[in-house]
Write a protein that binds this ligand. Structure first.
Ligand code: ADP
Length: 455
């Protein structure tokens, strides 16, 4: 069942229950009032007749005639007067006698002074009445036709009003829930139209700060993020194919040239060397991409353990110097570490080494002296590393882009590369809950500052 219908039914049910309770209370109190009022009027009638009989000495015949005459048109009260020893002094109509008094009943009236009860539908009141020092027992009975009719009318009109109200409430509920859900239906319809090919569509939200427009805004923000990441993904793929195509075309051209006519051994050797160079570039690119994919895994899937940063750095230095005999890396400890914990981080050794190798390699590759320095220091809860070189530096305009995948700075002509290194490095550092920043001055060198929290 749709929420809209559920809400309408719930709303109708709750309001109907309140109405029902309300109507029942009114009906029950009207019923109780009718009973009380009728007993009160019976009492008055009983006393009046007793006074007429005892005080005004109106004779029985006259009183009985009045009763009989009135009975034809109204529900006249039937009164009987007894003395305390159950001797009947007066009766409106002995032949009818609704109450059918008994000695025990009279005794009970004398004892309780007043007795109220029902005889079938008739209400009866019994009174102990004192006149001129003598006690009498009066009973009065009548059927409250007028009161019952009123009550019946109240019940009927309550039922009719109740049914009409429920219908009205149901349709009003439907109308209001439809109005309330209109924006959601609109959002759903709009959301159905959004797919990977038209991620630029947005859900309309009004200016008011209500929950629905907040939801629409949140949804739109999510779409913004999705669109950005889709765009980045598309860029990434086209960049990869471009990076792959360049060395591949170079290898193909090189090999084609060397096969289309007879060449000297020297020329063959040169062609093979060039092809090898390009193949190495391809291998490097594919390794970097693989590392990039690894660093993009869900952090929960990456094995983290306690890693000694100095050991990773030494490994990275060895790898950099081995890959290029001209490169030189020096490591400098700013302060002596007092215990092993200071040099430990919770990390992935392989990925950390990839990050450090990138930074060291960049330092050597973009410097004339092919040298790069790392200084390491321990501050409270983290390790701070500074990778610096005295190389060609980075233009200020490039600084904000160098961590973007495939971005190569204006100085790229100086050295080969594919623009993945720094973006990969940043990903790895962030994965370790660390931070990386750069400062650089053209022709003076660059410094990459990295901090990684301890275990
Ligand atoms: P690549 O080195 O393959 O070009 P990176 O992602 O490692 O790609 O670096 C991106 C860009 O940042 C480089 O192209 C270069 O312009 C700049 N860069 C990085 N490190 C240095 C550095 N130490 N000195 C000068 N420029 C650097």
């Amino acid at each position: 069942m749709k929420i809209r219908n559920r809400l309408t039914l719930l709303f109708t049910f709750i309001t109907a229950s309140i109405l029902l309770i309300f109507a029942s209370v009114i009906y029950l109190s009207a019923k109780e009032n009718r009973e009380k009022e009728f007993y009160a009027s019976l009492k008055k009638e009983a006393i009046t007749k007793a006074n007429l009989f005892l005080n005004a000495k109106v004779n029985s015949k006259t009183l009985q005639n009045i009763y009989k005459n009135n009975r034809a048109t109204l529900n006249e009260v039937e009164v009987a007067i007894y003395d305390t020893s159950f001797r009947l002094l007066y009766h409106d109509a002995v032949d009818i006698d609704v109450v059918k008094e008994t000695k025990t009943m009279i005794g009970e009236i004398i004892q309780k002074k007043e007795l109220q009860f029902y005889q079938k539908d008739w209400q009866v009141i019994g009174l102990k009445y004192n006149f001129q020092g003598k006690n009498y027992v009066i009973t009065a009975a009548a059927y409250d036709e007028y009161g019952y009719k009123k009550l019946q009318n109240l019940l009927q009109s309550s039922i009719v009003v109740f049914i009409i109200s429920i219908l009205f409430l149901y349709f009003a509920g439907r109308f209001f829930s439809k109005k309330a859900f209109e924006p959601i239906v609109e959002m759903t319809n709009k959301a159905k139209k959004i797919s990977a090919t038209n991620l630029d569509l947005r859900i309309s939200s009004n200016e008011s700060k209500d929950e629905l427009s907040e939801m629409a805004n949140t949804f739109n923000e999510m779409l913004n993020r999705l669109e950005n990441s889709f765009d980045a993904q598309k860029h990434f793929v086209s960049n990869i194919s471009h990076e792959l195509r360049t060395p591949l075309s170079a290898i193909i051209t090189e090999l084609e040239l060397s096969t289309n006519k007879e060449r000297s051994v020297e020329e063959y050797k040169k062609a093979i060397e060039n092809a090898l160079d390009d193949a190495k570039k391809l291998a490097k690119l594919s390794n970097s991409l693989l590392d990039f994919a690894k660093a993009s895994y869900d952090p929960l899937e990456i094995a983290f353990k306690s890693v000694r940063i100095d050991e990773v750095l030494l490994d990275a230095r060895q790898q950099v110097q081995k890959s290029n005999a001209d490169y030189k890396v020096t490591i400098h400890f700013e302060n002596d570490f007092e215990n092993d914990n200071q040099i430990l981080v919770n990390g992935n050794e392989y990925l950390l080494k990839v990050a450090f190798v990138n930074l060291l390699e960049n330092g050597c590759k973009f410097s004339q002296n092919h040298q790069s320095q790392v200084s390491i220091s321990f501050v409270e809860n983290k390790i701070a590393l500074s990778f610096s070189d005295n190389g060609i530096g980075i233009l200020t305009d490039d600084l904000e882009h160098i961590f973007t995948p495939f971005y190569r700075g204006t100085n790229k002509v100086y050295a080969d590369g594919n623009g993945i290194g720094l973006s990969l490095t940043k990903k790895i550092i962030l994965l370790h809950k660390g931070a990386i920043s750069v400062s650089s001055k053209k022709d003076f060198g660059s410094t990459f500052s990295v901090t990684i929290p301890h275990v």
